[in-house]
Ligand binder design. Structure first.
Ligand SMILES: Cc1cc2nc3c(=O)[nH]c(=O)nc-3n(C[C@H](O)[C@H](O)[C@H](O)COP(=O)(O)OP(=O)(O)OC[C@H]3O[C@@H](n4cnc5c(N)ncnc54)[C@H](O)[C@@H]3O)c2cc1C
Length: 394
């Protein structure tokens, strides 16, 4: 954005059910920045955008027959009413939704959403993932209007700046721009050496990287443990941020249910939060998850990708012109979404690793909860409890 406005690298919102994160925000003195507001949601299907904010909207969703609309609504409500995820662990979301919504209802409504998130793995994803997504949207904290989404004015980067300041105030040291490429141990009971730097040994290491990176940088991990980790796969993110002169639509979030469109969601942040930017520009994220490798959006140079994306925007939004684009930026990140396949509880890695005092705290361990900042803080707390418990016993 122009001026000094800061924007998040990826679109960000939180739910009223994200109590762990809300407590952190309050503890860090940022509650006055917190805004909860309803956001307009929609679904792009068969060349049209359908608002999707209520049961009435669902009943008007023309790509489905009336019976299919009812089945989608009922299946969603029954999933929300279930309180225990264990019933869903071994069932795929695809099998469950096909059974409850019919093959066509599944193919026209749910399948595009699952493919957008998990690509070629969409049919293997556990119904637990879907269950948690629906739960976290609907389980709200009393006093905050249900269905509203939360944002930190100024961006969620503020939260991490405040957190960093607190860590430093308590004597911690944070080093950014120092990627860890090797973790080794100086003898079976020795200290950990990072990147061969013997001058700064560590008593213990807690690795919070995705499993493939973890396995890469710790050469001493035993083979059977590596094989266990390798069973867990991830999708990767490609997200284009556009600064536009004119809005695209009145919606905050549009799920794109069309495989010919190379982005999966259109998130028009300024339609929800307005602009922190005095220039009145419109901020849009065009995002997708991909399997990487031969994925079109992953390998296409940024300027070319913009041309392709603009072509699709012209077809989707009659008022859009290429000249509305004032600026753009593409973020690509590996291993951003662990793929929670059916029976994921059986492969979930524990905090402890085969190497003494080397611990793993990774987003794959979020399961059965879905990946978001709130679960990161919850997992950190769970890890602390585990560590204190161990220390107390030893
Ligand atoms: C497209 C997208 C949209 C999202 N939207 C939301 C949302 O709306 N709400 C929400 O709550 N959450 C959202 N999330 C999830 C959230 O941003 C985090 O991904 C999640 O909380 C997991 O955090 P993490 O710390 O495990 O991973 P990350 O946030 O990915 O952090 C990993 C860190 O490790 C660093 N790193 C990598 N390799 C090394 C190395 N070798 N040495 C040292 N450091 C290294 C990276 O630079 C990075 O800073 C979204 C994520 C994505 C990708």
């Amino acid at each position: 954005m122009s001026g000094s406005a800061v924007i998040d690298r990826y679109y960000r919102h939180i739910f009223t059910a994200h109590t762990e994160l809300l407590d952190v925000i309050r503890t860090l003195g940022l509650e006055d920045r917190l805004v909860f507001k309803k956001a307009a949601m929609a679904y792009y299907s068969r060349g049209k955008i359908y608002p999707l904010n209520s049961a009435i909207d669902l009943l008007r969703f023309r790509p489905l027959t009336l019976a299919e609309r009812l089945r989608v609504g009922i299946s969603t409500s029954t999933l929300i009413l279930k309180r225990d995820w264990r019933a869903f662990d071994g069932v795929t979301a695809a099998a469950l939704l096909k059974k409850r919504c019919g093959n066509r209802g599944y193919a026209r409504f749910w399948e595009p959403l699952l493919k957008n998130k998990f690509g070629t793995h969409s049919s293997e994803v556990s119904a637990t993932w879907l269950w948690d997504r629906l739960q976290s949207r609907t389980r709200g904290r009393l006093g905050r209007s249900s269905g509203a989404l939360g944002y930190l004015r100024g961006g969620f980067g503020l939260l991490f700046e405040r957190l960093e300041a607190e860590i430093v105030r308590h004597g911690g040291r944070i080093m950014t721009g120092h990627p860890v490429s090797a973790i080794e141990k100086a003898g079976p009971n020795g200290s950990f050496i990072l990147n061969g730097d013997t001058a700064s040994p560590f008593h213990a290491c807690i690795v919070t990287l995705p499993l493939p990176r973890f396995a890469e940088i710790v050469p001493a991990l035993p083979r059977d443990y590596r094989e266990q980790l390798a069973r867990i796969e991830y999708s990767h993110s490609v997200c284009m941020i556009l600064r536009l002169q004119e809005p695209l639509s009145p919606h905050y979030w549009i799920n794109v249910g069309d495989e010919n469109v190379p982005f999966a969601v259109i998130v028009e942040h300024t339609n929800w939060m307005g602009g922190d930017d005095p220039g009145g520009q419109h901020l849009v994220y065009l995002s997708r998850y991909c399997d990487c490798g031969d994925d079109f959006a992953w390998r296409t140079p940024d300027a070319e990708l913009l041309d392709v994306y603009c072509g699709h925007l012209r077809r989707m939004f009659a008022n859009f012109r290429d000249s509305h684009v004032l600026g753009f930026h593409v973020n690509r990140d590996l291993h951003t979404q662990p793929i929670f396949k059916a029976h994921f509880s059986r492969v979930l890695p524990p905090f402890a690793t085969p190497i003494k005092n080397l611990f793993l705290v990774d987003s794959s361990q979020f399961y059965p909860r879905s990946r978001c900042m709130n679960t990161s803080f919850t997992l950190a707390r769970e890890f602390n409890l585990y560590r204190w418990g161990r220390e107390a016993r030893s």
